[in-house]
Design a binder for this molecule. Sequence first.
Ligand SMILES: [Fe+2]
Ligand SMILES: [Fe+2]
Length: 153
Amino acid sequence: MKITDAFLGEHGVFYAQFDHVEQLLERGPTLVEIQAASATIAAPLVRHAQLENDLLFTAVEDQFGPGGPMLVMRTEHDHIERTLEAVACADTVTQASVLLREAILEARDHFRKEEQIAFPLAESVLSNDRLSELGQSWAELRAVRITGVVRAS
Ligand SMILES: [Fe+2]
Ligand SMILES: [Fe+2]
């Protein structure tokens, strides 16, 4: 399995989670409820970003040097993480709600850029064997068991 396919699958789960949290925000939650919802997004999102940085983006940069779309993606990871940290520190419902909506919008926009630009670029510069090796590393770090691995052609 290519690592890009693994990350696309993770995006799909996050999209469902973002929908759920946006619906919660419509119902007028308390500050504690907003911050709890934000924390359930932040922890897996930070890990998702770390894995993209450390596995896929690093592999592309090893061939082509830093900069370009991968650097933009890394910068956006940092920004989304800071916004979610600000939710945890917010003092009012309004502040926390605005920040959490902002973080979700940023994350949706970021995911679309990965899906439309960064991942296709990575797939064009890394071989299918390399993408599959990275997929195996992803599986080990995520404790996902991949059996019956079929090499991409
Ligand atoms: Fe990302
Ligand atoms: Fe991503």
